[in-house]
Design a protein around this ligand. Structure first.
Ligand SMILES: [Zn+2]
Length: 220
């Protein structure tokens, strides 16, 4: 459903979903850093926080840098360079990477989502380096996200890149919007698990159980 919010921002740049990606130039980034800092100065005024307080003097700048260079960096950076290797020995079993860090921000409240991701696949013609999986997870995580879409984005991307016979992306993460506000959940109660299964891992229950068994102790 279309709503009435403008397609472009006041500078003429296209607005896009919080978990989308459109790379920006270094000039655009500098401008963005300045403008966000300025707006946070206003927010501090509205919240009546004195910037004579030495702990708050430079906080608007810090927040701006944190948002643009860290928490939302995956919105503005090019996709990481990923090398894939030929599956020379025709590996036809599960390859699993566990304990991949997920540091994200929820789109609804801009609170941290912190957790771990496990990725398993049965290769077809291509194999991907383990460190690259971490980089892909980080690139998709460093945006405004909801966990359900994060797992699907990672799975979609890997499916296109290496066309595996089976693929599973399981994320376990704590949601600080549930800990810091709302229901005031404990850390344990704020855990969400999502699973995105493709190919044989979706169709074959035995294989899926094997995968889940192999990753079960990862995220506790
Ligand atoms: Zn939230």
């Amino acid at each position: 459903m279309e709503n009435d919010f403008p397609k472009n921002n006041f500078l003429g740049f296209e607005n896009f979903d919080a978990n989308g990606n459109k790379p920006i130039s270094s000039e655009e980034k500098e401008q963005m850093l300045l403008l966000v800092e300025e707006k946070f100065n206003d927010i501090f005024d509205i919240l009546r926080i004195s910037r004579n307080d030495p702990n708050s003097t430079k906080t608007p700048r810090r927040i701006s840098k944190m948002l643009i260079n860290e928490l939302f960096s995956g919105r503005f950076e090019e996709v990481p360079k990923i090398t894939v290797f030929p599956n020379r020995n025709n590996v036809n079993n599960l390859i699993i990477s566990r304990g991949i860090k997920v540091m994200s921000v929820c789109s609804h409240h801009w609170q941290p989502i912190s957790g771990l991701c496990s990725i398993g696949y049965i290769p077809n013609k291509s194999i991907i380096g383990l460190s690259k999986l971490s980089r892909i997870v980080d690139w998709f995580s460093r945006r405004g996200q909801i966990q359900e879409e994060l797992g699907e984005q990672i799975a979609d991307y890997l499916e296109k890149l290496i066309k595996p016979k089976a693929l599973g992306v399981v994320i376990n993460a704590k949601h600080y919007c549930m800990i810091a506000r709302g229901v005031n959940a404990s850390e344990e109660d704020s855990l969400m698990t999502t699973s995105s299964m493709r190919g044989y891992l979706l169709e074959d229950l035995n294989l899926r159980n094997e995968f889940l068994k192999l990753i079960e102790n990862t995220n506790k």
